[in-house]
Design a protein around this ligand. Structure first.
Ligand SMILES: [Fe+2]
Length: 181
């Protein structure tokens, strides 16, 4: 419905999530599927914040409530709707729904994992956080919450690395290729 680099990105996020989940004792299949479908709201077309709610609604309609949750949480390393960097292309009711959802949800390991993996993979493969942050900032610009979002993502990285006992970069094949892209 909407071909684009988000599909390769999603496949790479899925792979990163599966690998990290395996080393953390999480459910690898759940991690893979959450990664694969976190951006599924983009099936509807080129949208900004709306891809979050479109993904949530699509997954709920399929009965995939765990996926729906990740469709919504993955864009919010900082758990606040105003901390998103995309254009607010949603209705007032959708805004209120996301605001309330973020207010009440406690992030679990899968929420944290997909937020992290979203920043560890682009359409070409795996990449270091710094590269992805600069890439996103070049595309969307700098926002008041940008550094808070980066810092929170580094915290999630540190959280999983503490469990694994080494850098997650050592687990992601060919990540050094991101330097030469
Ligand atoms: Fe993504």
């Amino acid at each position: 419905m909407n071909p684009g680099p988000w599909i390769k990105h999603s496949q790479n996020v899925a792979e990163a999530a599966e690998i990290i989940a395996k080393h953390c004792g999480l459910n690898c299949d759940k991690a893979f599927v959450c990664g694969l479908l976190h951006d599924i709201g983009r099936r509807n077309g080129v949208t900004a914040v709306r891809h979050i709610i479109d993904g949530y609604d699509y997954a709920i309609a399929q009965g995939w409530d765990e996926i729906a949750r990740v469709c919504l949480t993955h864009s919010f390393p900082v758990k606040d709707i105003e901390a998103d960097i995309g254009k607010k292309d949603i209705t007032a009711a959708q805004y209120a729904f996301i605001e309330n959802f973020l207010h009440t949800v406690q992030y679990d390991d899968y929420d944290k994992l997909i937020i992290l993996c979203d920043a560890l993979a682009d359409a070409n493969g795996f990449c270091i956080l710094e590269k992805r942050f600069v890439d996103t900032t070049r595309r969307y610009g700098i926002f008041p919450f940008s550094v808070d979002r980066w810092n929170r993502t580094y915290q999630y990285k540190a959280y999983f690395e503490q469990i694994i006992g080494k850098s997650i970069y050592t687990l992601l094949p060919d990540i050094e290729k991101c330097i030469y892209d």
